[in-house]
Design a protein around this ligand. Structure first.
Ligand code: ZN
Length: 278
């Protein structure tokens, strides 16, 4: 069995305009270590937990010398958008309602949707700004001689991940149009993934179209389709070209259980059994 990592690093990156704030408390504890022992410090623990620690340690204070190699465990605090890095968008992200009911938040997405048979569709030839439609999907499926099955997890390989690390990643990518989403979701697909910043075309391209036409349907058509029919999508996958087969592998993308939110980070992987069918 081989596990292929399909996730980008979560770190500040020119491809993502949303900032990440990171606060690091190193193993050395910094200059204050020993004087203001970190886990007895007022700022790091609630009064109640502090009282318990004090009870256990009595009057003795823990210092740097208490730890092997005078090195403590470290700690990091990170502040970032739930849409940073490789993540899963829940129906609630698209709107308050989906299929006439309250839309599911990320913690309500059934885990059964997040593990299943993966299918890679090749759109490496799609130009930036191109909207992939239902006949493109049909053609891509015909190329690999495959028919979509219920609960398949369909991954769109556009090759945009090769621009990861540059601003071009954000500005230059194709998107999935409404008819393309409809084709898949009406056949029982619950999760669609892309190796682009968004499942829709890049924001500047969509906005440009809107300002020219004032046509509301050009704005986030893939996202807004999720108000009509419930589905989730994954954005910012990578390495789809490393999966050695277009189908016949498992895909896994369990989201972090963020309560009542519209999206969450995932570690997306393909699981390929050796010697399986191509
Ligand atoms: Zn998102």
């Amino acid at each position: 069995m081989e596990i292929i990592d399909l996730s980008v690093d979560v770190a500040s990156n020119p491809s993502e305009p949303m900032p990440i704030k990171l606060k690091v408390q190193p193993h050395s504890g910094g200059s204050k270590f020993g004087r203001r022992v970190m886990f007895l410090g007022k700022r790091s623990l609630s009064a109640k937990i502090r009282a318990i620690v004090n009870y256990i340690s009595g009057k003795e204070r823990i210092t740097k010398k208490s730890f092997p190699n005078e090195e403590f465990i470290n700690e990091e605090t990170i502040s970032l958008s739930v849409h940073t890095g490789t993540h899963l968008d829940a129906p609630y992200h698209y709107g308050r309602q989906s299929e006439g009911r309250k839309a599911r938040t990320i913690d309500e997405v059934p885990l059964e949707w997040c593990f299943g048979n993966g299918v890679v569709l090749n759109f490496a030839e799609a130009e930036p700004g191109y909207e992939i439609n239902s006949s493109d999907i049909e053609n891509a499926l015909a190329t690999i001689d495959y028919t979509i099955q219920e609960k398949d997890i369909v991954l769109l390989r556009t090759g945009t991940d090769k621009k990861w690390g540059t601003p071009r990643y954000f500005f230059e990518a194709p998107g999935l149009g409404k008819s393309g989403v409809e084709y898949l979701v009406s056949r029982g697909v619950k999760i669609i993934g892309t190796d682009c910043y968004s499942l829709d075309c890049p924001f500047p391209i969509m906005l440009n179209k809107y300002y020219k036409t004032r046509d509301k349907t050009v704005l986030w058509p893939a996202h807004f389709y999720g108000r009509e029919k419930e589905y989730c999508h994954i954005e910012r996958l990578c390495n789809l070209d490393k999966i050695p087969k277009s189908h016949g592998f498992k895909f896994c993308c369990f989201p972090i259980k963020l309560k009542s939110l519209g999206a969450a980070w995932i570690r997306a992987v393909a699981i390929v059994e050796k010697g399986g069918s191509q």
